[in-house]
Design a protein around this ligand. Structure first.
Ligand SMILES: [Mg+2]
Ligand SMILES: [Zn+2]
Length: 255
């Protein structure tokens, strides 16, 4: 469960990440503001073949301290699809709190397999305010994500990371979508250029997050997607039926 593989010695960044965030949360009285949860990151593997040879080495670039407050230049050849969880990967359940409630939506297995085979890393970014509301325990969230990885592994799909915001809407955290904290956490764990990434989700917050970080956003009609399509007048992102259709659009756009 360690995400320290990419953290060089002497790095100026001593902040905790990955499983440490979860341990903090379990011990601490309340979720730390601005501290997203990254679960199961130790199982991260690259999703597919690398057409241009061996995987890029990130270590050297990543751990140079930022100059002049600018973001560090990171390996930009890694292609990433950022994925919402509820209503996009699994059936929307109001405050899903138990692994048994997890059901993959139609088209998810084939869509994610398609993306993985094309070399995309798959990173889940999910708001889980049920934690702040006391409706989901951090342990249950961990179990849910272990189950999610199991269901997808059975379909031949490996997620590179799962990043969750445990805070409520009024907590003022930096990671609740559409704020970019979860994407930054994913970048810290395994660098990529979000401007070359895609963001797929069923809510406006997902699309807005994509726009904020410069990714290409796609709305799926699963989950709340149809409602968003009907009510929000959202015109900035293409709208597709499900994750399989989103995957085909991504491959089309990135070929
Ligand atoms: Mg959703
Ligand atoms: Zn948060």
């Amino acid at each position: 469960m360690s995400d320290h593989r990419f953290r060089a010695r002497g790095t100026p960044d001593h902040r905790r990440g990955g499983g440490d965030a979860l341990r903090y949360l379990v011990r601490g009285p309340a979720p730390d503001r601005g501290q997203p949860l990254a679960l199961g990151s130790g199982a991260a593997r690259r999703g597919g073949p690398h057409p241009s040879g061996p995987p890029p080495r990130h270590g050297r670039l990543v751990h140079q301290p930022p100059r002049g407050g600018e973001r560090v230049s990171v390996a930009s050849d890694r292609r990433v699809v950022l994925l919402d969880r509820d209503g996009t990967i699994n059936e929307e359940v109001h405050y899903l709190a138990h692994p048994d409630q997890l059901r993959l939506l139609p088209g998810v297995a084939s869509g994610l397999r398609r993306l993985a085979q094309a070399g995309f890393a798959l990173v889940v970014v999910t708001n889980q305010s049920g934690i702040a509301r006391g409706l989901i325990t951090p342990a249950a969230l961990d179990a849910i994500h272990a189950r999610l990885r199991d269901l997808l592994a059975a379909e031949g799909v490996v997620l590179e990371g799962i990043h969750a915001c445990p805070h409520g809407p009024d907590d003022g955290c930096a990671c609740r979508k559409p704020r970019p904290g979860l994407v930054e956490a994913a970048q810290k764990q395994n660098p990529f250029d979000p401007r070359r990434a895609f963001m797929v989700g069923d809510k406006k917050a997902d699309l807005d997050l994509g726009r904020t970080v410069g990714a290409f956003s796609i709305l799926v009609r699963t989950g709340y997607g149809r409602q968003v399509e009907a009510t929000s007048g959202y015109r900035d992102a293409p709208i597709v039926d499900d994750l399989d259709a989103a995957a085909r659009l991504i491959l089309q756009r990135s070929s």
